[in-house]
Design a protein around this ligand. Structure first.
Ligand SMILES: [Zn+2]
Length: 455
């Protein structure tokens, strides 16, 4: 008798491009058997009649970093693995982080980048406009090595937040990630509105260091009328033989802290952002548009208040995600209940609803590939992103007809409809909106044995 079985589903395995009406059995956290015909029997039996059964979604760009509430919001979307430590900000001691996650359990599996901004602060570079000294770079290299040895999936750069970073520090740390065969995630520098040079800079880092590169939330960076040009630049780099991929979200409005250098008065003038196009999404001023008084107050007294900036063009969301190297992502963060951006609860259901069911941009198989197999391979996780015997039993069961995101800027954490079951590590974690198990997730220590360390 198997531990858990899912009968009568429409099974999708993007690795083999296989679609099968059938049943799936799980034993000891792994997919034990797949067949059509006779039903499986298990200690726990789920019926998926007429619904889709596919690998759990992998979110390449999040900021959960062990925060349980937003992890549950991700689980409710069908996400079984989240990648944290993005945009340059991560836990510093990843050995300890991974150990604690494994001791306590977590709603999802977590892979982590080591963040450049975190390293800078740790070695004493307080000013985001200043470059690091040679000694500080050496100290950052030591800390980054420790994190990569502990299993960090790569180095994250948040150059928009530390625009003073020198080419020297960025290249030396990137070379280190490349030597470990790990990924670089980059939140590009964006020196001005519609600054495509920042994308060229990212590609130049990959070219000069040999690092594999994941460009962060492309629509938030270039979905302001520049997405076609940005995609052309990326495609050209891929044709040249570079390993460049990117993630992108389902919204045009992006969120971050008001206290960052992005909202300096000079930056606001340069970007031509109007204060009334910036909306507060956390704290006592939640829901208000910025005024000159509120802007001054929050910058001085509450710099970690989150705001969203309304800058993007909707059509560019879909153009970005059509690219074969694009993966959907949430950019989720650790918000309190009732606060935040709808991306924290709606992203993946919205991706399938809009791009598959409403617009026919992507076939269902291709949409699943981008949300599962492509991120798994980007991280070097060959046990994930596949629906095949012997692979990890991280699975989502959903109904494409009733799938719907319900989160809005007024109800940012409203859970989606249409997700039936989410299985994490072979355990039933979510059952029709009810969380049954929030401890099944494990830390993911990347090893990337497939890559040559002798660069
Ligand atoms: Zn981010």
């Amino acid at each position: 008798m198997y531990d858990l079985v899912i009968n009568n589903g429409i099974l999708f395995d993007p690795a083999r491009q296989l679609r099968l009406q059938g049943h799936l059995a799980i034993q000891d956290g792994r997919i034990a058997a797949i067949r059509n015909g006779e039903l499986f029997e298990g200690k726990q039996q789920l019926d998926a009649a007429g619904h889709i059964v596919c690998p759990g979604f992998i979110d390449m760009h999040g900021h959960i970093d062990a925060a349980p509430y937003c992890a549950e919001l991700s689980l409710r979307q069908g996400i079984t693995t989240t990648v944290g430590g993005n945009c340059g900000a991560s836990p510093l001691d990843l050995e300890q982080f991974f150990r604690e996650q494994d001791e306590t359990g977590f709603p999802l599996h977590q892979a982590e980048f080591i963040g450049h901004s975190t390293l800078r602060r740790t070695v004493g570079v307080e000013d985001p406009l200043q470059p690091a000294t040679n000694e500080q770079i050496l100290a950052m290299e030591r800390l980054a090595s420790q994190a990569l040895e502990a299993g960090a999936c790569g180095l994250s750069l948040g150059l928009a937040y530390v625009p003073g970073s020198s080419a020297e520090e960025v290249l030396r740390l990137s070379r280190l990630a490349a030597r470990f065969g790990r990924l670089i995630s980059i939140d590009t520098r964006l020196l001005s509105n519609n600054d495509l040079y920042s994308l060229v800079e990212a590609i130049t880092i990959a070219r000069q260091t040999g690092a594999r590169m994941q460009i962060s939330h492309l629509v938030y960076q270039y979905g302001t009328g520049m997405i076609k040009e940005a995609l052309t630049v990326i495609s050209k780099a891929i044709q040249d033989g570079l390993d460049i991929r990117f993630d992108s979200g389902m919204y045009t409005e992006w969120a971050t802290h008001i206290g960052t250098v992005l909202f300096n008065e000079e930056a606001l003038a340069r970007e031509e952002w109007k204060l009334e196009d910036i909306i507060v999404i956390t704290g006592p001023h939640h829901g208000q548009r910025l005024t000159p008084e509120l802007y001054k107050h929050l910058r001085a007294e509450a710099p970690t208040t989150s705001v969203v900036v309304l800058t993007g063009i909707e059509e560019e969301i879909y153009q970005a995600l059509l690219h074969p190297s694009a993966m959907p992502s949430t950019d989720t963060g650790a918000y309190a209940p009732g606060e935040g951006h709808p991306q924290i609860a709606g992203s993946f259901p919205r991706y399938f609803k809009k791009m598959v069911a409403n617009r026919y941009d992507l076939s269902l198989m291709e949409a699943i590939r981008k949300a599962t197999l492509l991120p798994a391979d980007t991280l070097g996780l060959l046990q994930k992103g596949r629906l095949e015997e012997g692979r990890d039993a991280d699975i989502v069961v959903f109904d494409i007809q009733s799938l719907s995101d319900n989160a809005t800027f007024f109800t940012p954490d409203a859970p989606p409809s249409g997700i039936d079951y989410v299985i994490v590590n072979g355990r039933l974690a979510l059952d029709h909106g009810v969380i049954r198990d929030n401890k099944a997730g494990r830390s993911i220590r990347c090893q990337c044995p497939a890559y040559d360390y002798q660069i």
